[in-house]
Design a protein around this ligand. Structure first.
Ligand code: UDP
Length: 370
């Protein structure tokens, strides 16, 4: 089977890597990896982790371009890829513009579409924006839907998708996490060594990531104030690997660049980020992937959002939605610092997103559908 993987951003690379590696292992797949370059630097670093070299590299980014320009460029360039390659199937992941364009371009060329991480929903078109609409549209297009959880499957069934076109697989990010942990070598990872030199092992480490469009502006201003307040405690240190997006990076560097107890660092490779998660006391984040990974590392996540498509983690009690108000952020962190029971309640749970065998299930399915 000749399979084309369309990948545009860091989480797509991390979450598709276990499937690509599994296909390569089996031998009866011809795999083509197409990087759209939507988040070029982050994507390259994620590919490097898995020694994946994209076969096709598109160039769709231009500074200041809007989502419509991005989507139209993606469609144009991916159409050419589909025509040249004529794959037997196209695999897309998640909810980015690259995912939507990959699915639509394949559909218009009558190529079967396989959607990994299908069925996540907030049913609020504005949060996350534009991802909620992207993934709903991809569910209208895809032929086969790989749903991470039973809840995701139920959402797809409610939208009229046939039972036989949905496979519950677990989330492939857990496969990625487990693979990475198995092969981790902190002593030979320069990023980890560098972090070890700046952190104080005696202090509680708060790990922060934030990049969602909805939080730009007011949300990030509140976060900045909250981090300043938290870092004024001499027992606390904050580390924040910044996203490459200048709309996130610049306000953070401007406001927190020289603040004692706060380390703004470059985005990390996957191994170093997983290591850093494992060393943290808690995580403050608006990231989707982090909400899925943290329960496997027994770390609580305070989510800088009002709603999430990762309800399983909220129900399991491993993540808590706290919004972006300064007061709420400070209060929730301090509560977990003093209330040991509340902390343990958030950390000693099994991960609702799977057991690290999602990629195998997906590739078994692909192999059987030849
Ligand atoms: N991640 C990483 N390096 C970092 C920050 C995050 O490798 O410096 C990983 C993280 O472990 C998770 C993924 O990137 O697997 C999440 O990506 P992001 O937050 O960009 O996207 P989202 O998950 O919100 O779609």
């Amino acid at each position: 089977m000749n399979v084309l993987f369309v990948i545009g951003t860091r989480p797509e690379a991390i979450k598709l890597a276990p499937i690509i590696l599994e296909c390569q292992l089996r031998g009866n797949f011809e795999v083509t990896v197409c990087s759209t370059g939507q988040h070029k630097e982050l994507l390259d670093s994620a590919f490097e982790q898995w020694s994946i070299v994209p076969d096709i590299e598109l160039a769709v980014m231009e500074s200041g371009q809007g989502l419509n320009q991005l989507l139209s460029k993606l469609l144009g360039q991916l159409d050419k890829v589909m025509c040249d390659l004529r794959p037997d199937g196209v695999v897309v992941q998640g909810d980015t513009s690259s995912c939507l364009a990959g699915a639509l371009a394949a559909f218009q060329r009558e190529i079967p579409v396989y959607h990994v991480e299908a069925g996540l929903r907030t049913y609020n078109k504005t949060a996350p924006f534009p991802e909620e609409l992207n993934r709903q549209l991809v569910s209208r297009i895809a032929d086969i839907h790989f749903a991470p959880t039973e809840k995701n499957k139920q959402a797809l069934l409610m939208e009229g998708i046939a039972d036989q076109d949905i496979l519950v697989t677990g989330n492939t990010v857990i496969d990625a996490l487990m693979l990475c942990q198995k092969n981790m070598t902190p002593q030979s990872n320069p990023e980890i060594q560098k972090i070890m030199r700046i952190l104080d092992p005696e202090k509680k480490l708060l790990l922060v990531t934030g990049h969602r469009r909805e939080n730009m502006g007011a949300g990030f201003s509140e976060l900045i104030e909250a981090l300043r307040e938290l870092a004024s405690d001499p027992l606390v240190q904050v580390i924040y690997p910044l996203h490459m997006n200048p709309a996130v990076r610049e306000p953070m560097m401007h406001a927190l660049g020289n603040t004692e107890g706060i380390f703004l660092i470059e985005p990390l490779g996957y191994e170093a980020f997983i290591w850093l998660m494992s060393k943290s006391f808690l995580i403050i984040s608006d990231s989707g992937g982090v909400q899925e990974e943290a329960p496997s590392l027994n770390k609580p996540v305070l989510v800088l959002r009002e709603e999430t498509e990762r309800q399983e983690a909220v129900e399991a009690g491993t993540v808590k939605l706290i919004g972006t108000l300064r007061e709420a952020i400070v209060q929730e962190v301090r509560e977990l610092m003093v209330n040991k029971k509340a902390y343990l309640d958030m950390t000693q749970k099994s991960n609702p997103y799977g057991d690290g065998t999602a990629a195998k299930r997906i590739v078994d399915f692909l192999a059987a559908s030849e």
